[in-house]
Design a protein around this ligand. Structure first.
Ligand SMILES: Cc1ncc(COP(=O)(O)O)c(C=O)c1O
Length: 342
């Protein structure tokens, strides 16, 4: 419950609780641009450790983490290969073209996951007519794929093909914590296959702000330069790093609750006529709900009036994201409201 409503619009709507606010208030801070902020440095060290990488850099957003990776791993004029529904392509304001000067080559994956064959078929011949491909991006879990988790074997196969072709690899792990919680594959097991990995503290983990990019020390030094150039270097930012560190420490284990709530929601809604739901698709905390004949925006408005907030993501599609403001007992209320309104 948030502000008197069950808020399923996103896992980014959470607010810092008293303990997180206390951690922020008591954080020791310094000018991070001058290398003086021990709280940021500790968060970066801990993040790199959790991902099994040499180094990490704290950034304001997942978008910046992804874009620093693309700039660090490519040259202007290169091509990058990614799923057509990738966050990097759909929701990052054209940044790969605007900031890195690269061309996107889009793969038609299923629930955000493409195959080795699709990747290889999209690689152009070595010929001066074509933008040279240099990077493959994978998103795990996949947002528009309905929170789908890439099976490790599928990642290994795509990574092997990418490496055979001399391509670098970036993992958009905004919800990598969810992927690990759902699959039991640890974060470093996933991260070990990639040159760079972005992670977010401000989604399921519940911090108000912040993401990180992890990789080799050389790669992260490059990313730090681009962070400065793009205006993302911040001063006494330990206040935010303290919230992120608190979230990492206290809110990772409870992601399984969000997943169980999402599954319960999917199972309950799948029984209602008039809705189109694949209950099996509820792998993590994200569920797309087909509204059949009903207009999704109108249905979202009526649900909002009865105290339940969801996002209309298409004319006949709603999105629900379970998050730490939603308790298990509230899922039955959501199902009941759908039952009454559909
Ligand atoms: C998969 C994925 N990557 C990156 C981002 C970008 O994060 P931010 O909103 O912090 O820029 C999001 C945001 O929802 C996301 O879902």
């Amino acid at each position: 419950m948030l502000n008197g409503k069950i808020d399923l619009r996103s896992d980014t709507i959470t607010q810092p609780d008293a303990a997180m606010r206390e951690a922020m208030a008591s954080a020791i801070v310094g000018d991070d641009v001058l290398g003086d902020d021990p709280t940021v440095q500790e968060l970066e060290r801990r993040t790199a450790e959790l991902l099994g990488k040499e180094a990490a850099v704290f950034v304001p957003s997942g978008t910046m983490a992804n874009q620093l990776a693309i700039r660090s791993l490519t040259r202007p004029g290169d091509a990058i290969l990614l799923d057509a529904n990738a966050h990097i392509h759909c929701y990052e304001a054209g940044a790969p073209a605007a900031l890195a000067g690269v061309q996107e080559s889009l793969l038609d994956g299923r629930r955000g996951q493409f195959t080795t064959a699709q990747l290889e078929a999209a690689l152009p011949p070595r010929d001066d007519h074509f933008a040279p491909p240099s990077l493959v991006c994978i998103e795990n879990t996949h947002n528009r794929g309905g929170g789908s988790v890439w099976p490790l074997g599928k990642i290994e196969s795509v990574v092997a093909a990418a490496r055979r072709n001399g391509l670098a690899l970036h993992l958009d792990g905004a919800r990598l914590w969810n992927a690990s919680a759902a699959s039991g594959v640890s974060e470093p097991e996933y991260a070990g296959h990639f040159d760079t990995v972005s992670v977010c503290f401000s989604k399921g983990l519940g911090a108000p702000v912040g993401s990180a990019l992890a990789g080799s020390a050389d790669m992260i030094a490059k990313a730090r330069f681009y962070r400065k150039q793009q205006g993302g270097a911040m001063r006494q930012v330990g206040i935010l790093a303290a919230a992120a560190a608190h979230a990492l420490e206290h809110n990772r284990d409870r992601l399984a609750d969000d997943h169980a709530n999402c599954r319960a929601l999917a199972n309950g809604l799948a029984k209602l006529p008039g809705l189109d739901i694949d209950a099996e698709s509820a792998e993590t905390n994200l569920l797309f709900i087909g509204t059949g004949e009903s207009d999704a925006a109108a249905l979202a408005k009526r649900l909002d009036e009865s105290g339940i907030r969801l996002l209309a993501t298409g004319p006949h599609t709603l999105r629900a994201v379970t998050n730490l403001t939603v308790k298990a007992g509230e899922i039955a209320e959501v199902i009941k409201a759908f039952e009454q309104l559909t």
